[in-house]
Write a protein that binds this ligand. Structure first.
Ligand code: AMP
Length: 218
């Protein structure tokens, strides 16, 4: 049995065509069902639905053989759990693309705050990415860890800036925030448990090969 860990939403939706290319159809819709284990048209393949930030943990510890996770989540996971943590990353799937950016209120003068060496209050879910970015810039920051609705932080005075995922920029615009720095481009990666790669080599290889030829055709 091969177990693939996915999170609901964009990653699930954008992984479906890749699975289809591998001859795997998920037979249930996680948005309509409360089931956390979804069957597929292949009796030897199942999908487990986990929180996005839990995908690397499931794969690292063998709760799933494979998973699809954003580079943002992977970087945060590696910083917390150590690199080379039993996760093999064979493919950039080029799905769920976005960027990690710094955003501030439109009336906040970020450039002069940085120029003057002010200490910035930064709210984010991506503490490790943010810390490394501001350290490299030589900007002192007080990091405020949040788990969601980052956009609210500058509006309520909780923080001067946020570090968050941006795709179209519509969410920032709707909240009168502006993007002032692009930290990195993000896409989703296939991750594989290293022990599973040895034990279930041919099954996993066939998924990797099918995914990689589906990506190449894009
Ligand atoms: P947008 O309004 O298109 O710029 O999207 C921004 C909102 O969607 C933010 O709340 C982000 O956290 C979230 N978001 C954007 N892209 C992704 C992605 N690839 N994965 C997860 N969340 C995302």
């Amino acid at each position: 049995m091969l177990t693939l860990a996915l999170s609901k939403g964009r990653i699930f939706e954008e992984t479906l065509p890749l699975l289809r290319a591998a001859g795997i159809e998920v037979t249930e819709d996680p948005e309509k069902s409360r089931k956390l284990i979804l069957a597929t048209t292949r009796p030897d393949v199942r999908v487990v639905i986990v929180r996005a930030s839990d995908v690397p943990t499931y794969v690292q510890y063998g709760g799933a053989d494979l998973g699809v996770t954003g580079l943002d989540t992977l970087i945060e996971h590696s910083a917390d759990w150590g690199r080379g943590s039993g996760l093999y990353q064979p493919l950039d799937l080029r799905i769920a693309r976005c960027r990690v950016s710094v955003a501030v209120r439109s009336d906040f003068d970020y450039a002069s705050a940085v120029r003057q060496g002010s200490r910035l209050k930064v709210a984010t879910k991506y503490v490790n990415i943010a810390r490394e970015f501001f350290a490299a810039k030589g900007v002192h920051v007080d990091m405020i860890k949040l788990y969601g609705s980052m956009e609210l932080a500058p509006l309520t005075g909780l923080a001067d800036a946020i570090v968050d995922l941006v795709s179209t920029g519509n969410t920032l615009k709707a909240n009168h925030l502006v993007e002032v720095e692009r930290i990195m481009d993000i896409s989703s990666r296939l991750v594989v448990n290293q022990a599973a790669l040895k034990l279930k080599q041919s099954a996993i290889r066939s998924v990797i090969d099918a995914f990689s030829s589906a990506i190449a055709q894009d």
